[in-house]
Design a protein around this ligand. Structure first.
Ligand code: PLP
Length: 483
């Protein structure tokens, strides 16, 4: 570039940059001055600096001064930046994916009663570790142990941060320095790099792998048992299935073998299913059945099928639970009062509800008959169509219909099993399905809508949408199509 050209460009650039108002000039504008009553000056100044820096950077990149926004527009960007800065990043969304336990969408939504109870106990002092009867120091476990033991049919129970922590702690407390026998067909990865063999290595237990990927026989376990054996482990295949030429011993057989070898039989159940969901097509082992079959100790998640907060629940024989609790790592993995409050209240819902905890959203979503989902779909479609027609948008309206779909439990439980469901399907819109999915995800009415795109159509499965979110879903769709 010639020196002449460079100079003229610099002059123009300078002229453009000078047209960007100063921060001081912006701060005294009424719309920004109005913020100072609600927010700290430093927050407003920081937002102002960021927006101005963005403008300068954008201008220097394009060097077209006629692109510069008006001062009022800059001011409203600053207002928006301040609002963004004080808004939480973690927000509610509408889950229209049809995946009941969607790990990326917070897994299990909790019962309202559980959230209320968290609020009631966490914003005040509580008897978390205080025995109200004696006035002496108490244990935080008491609030949940009794309930878990009762609902799971166990002698005693313990709660830690999550089930990954539970697996680690059980192995560290009961099998460290010795061998834990496990089938090669159960050396699983749960997701996000959580692998059973890695956890075992960290726990100090030596993995004694038996059998093959598809078939493991009782005799394989029998042959592996020796004086170094500390534990027999069964890991529930929670996110995959082995079909075809496959076999594994029953829980009963393994329990008997463990008894003969005088070691505990530990089952990592994955999902903590407290009620039988088989009549709804979900064949997930129920915790109680593991103990009936002879398991000495089990562990499962609080936020999978149980529908509570993130937690790892360890239940079983009193003597084993006591040993696990004495392990020094228990202190590092224990849960706080929010989790205890949420879990206790969630478990109480199971104890109260006569026909299996319909107050727990995960259970309710699974138990809802497909015909009910269909009826809700029809109602939503009718309201949506009426609203769209009444606002008479210029753009062509999309085709909106109901289809039969299949929802899944997800979240590391019940692989390959589906729930019959119904969805709103949107096709032939003026925008592409990908664009529609993006716009809904951006939350046109403040609440993001998470949809699926399948075969060039946007699909909204209502099984996982709360009835009280239907109005917001309709508003979002109207905003996208007629906004
Ligand atoms: C989900 C799962 C885990 C991990 O549980 P988190 O609560 O997510 O830590 C461990 N084992 C099995 C079999 C699981 O399905």
């Amino acid at each position: 570039m010639s020196r002449e050209k460079e100079r003229s460009r610099a002059v123009k650039n300078q002229a453009g940059l000078e047209r960007i108002p100063s921060l001081d000039a912006l701060l005294i504008r009424p719309e920004i001055a109005a913020l100072s009553g609600r927010y700290s000056r430093s927050l407003v100044v920081q937002a102002g600096r960021e927006i101005l820096a963005d403008l300068r950077a954008g201008f220097s990149a394009r060097r077209r001064s006629n692109d510069l926004p008006e001062a009022s527009e800059i001011a409203s960007r600053i207002v928006a930046a301040v609002e963004r800065a004080v808004s939480p990043s973690l927000r509610p969304v509408i889950n229209a994916t049809g995946v009941v336990l969607h790990t990326n969408l917070g897994r299990a939504p909790m019962a309202i009663a559980a959230a209320d109870y968290v609020r009631a106990t966490a914003t005040l002092y509580s008897n978390l570790e205080f025995d109200l009867a004696t006035g002496a120091r108490g244990k935080r476990d008491v609030h949940t142990s009794r309930l878990i033991a009762r609902l799971a049919g166990a002698e005693s129970a313990l709660v830690v941060n999550n089930n990954a922590a539970a697996v680690y702690l059980v192995l560290a407390a009961l099998a460290r320095g010795g061998e834990a026998i496990v089938s090669r067909g159960e050396l699983i990865e749960i997701g996000d790099g959580f692998r059973i063999p890695d956890i075992m290595a960290e726990s100090g237990a030596i993995l004694r792998e038996v059998g093959t990927t598809n078939r493991t026989r009782l005799a394989d376990y029998e042959r592996a048992a020796n004086k170094r054996t500390r534990l027999i482990l069964r890991v529930h295949r929670s996110n995959f299935r082995v079909v075809g030429f496959a076999a594994q011993p029953s829980l009963k057989e393994l329990a008997l073998l463990a008894k003969k070898a005088k070691v505990p039989f530990y089952e990592d159940l994955g999902s903590g299913c407290l009620v039988d969901l088989r009549e709804y097509g979900i064949d997930e082992p129920v915790v109680r059945e593991s103990f009936k079959a002879g398991a000495s100790i089990v562990s499962f998640s609080g936020d999978k099928l149980l529908g509570g907060p993130q937690a790892g629940i360890i239940a079983g024989k009193g003597e084993l639970i006591a040993r696990v609790r004495r392990h020094p790592m228990f202190r590092a993995l224990r849960v706080d009062k929010l989790t205890i409050a949420a879990l206790e209240a969630s478990l109480l819902e199971y104890l109260r509800a006569p026909q299996a905890a319909s107050a727990v959203p995960t259970v309710r979503m699974i138990q809802t008959p497909a015909a009910d989902v269909a009826r809700r779909c029809e109602n939503v479609i009718q309201t949506l169509k009426q609203t769209l027609e009444s606002v008479k948008p210029e753009r062509r309206l999309p085709e909106i219909q109901m289809i039969k779909t299949t929802a899944v439990v997800g979240g590391g439980s019940t692989p390959g099993q589906t729930l019959p469901s119904h969805a709103i399907v949107i096709s032939k819109a003026a925008i592409s399905p990908a664009e529609l999915e993006t716009r809904l995800r951006n939350g046109p009415k403040g609440i993001p809508v998470i949809a699926r795109v399948e075969r060039n159509r946007v699909i909204l499965d209502l099984r996982t949408v709360f009835p009280e979110q239907e109005a917001a879903l309709i508003d979002s769709l109207v905003a996208v199509f007629a906004g």
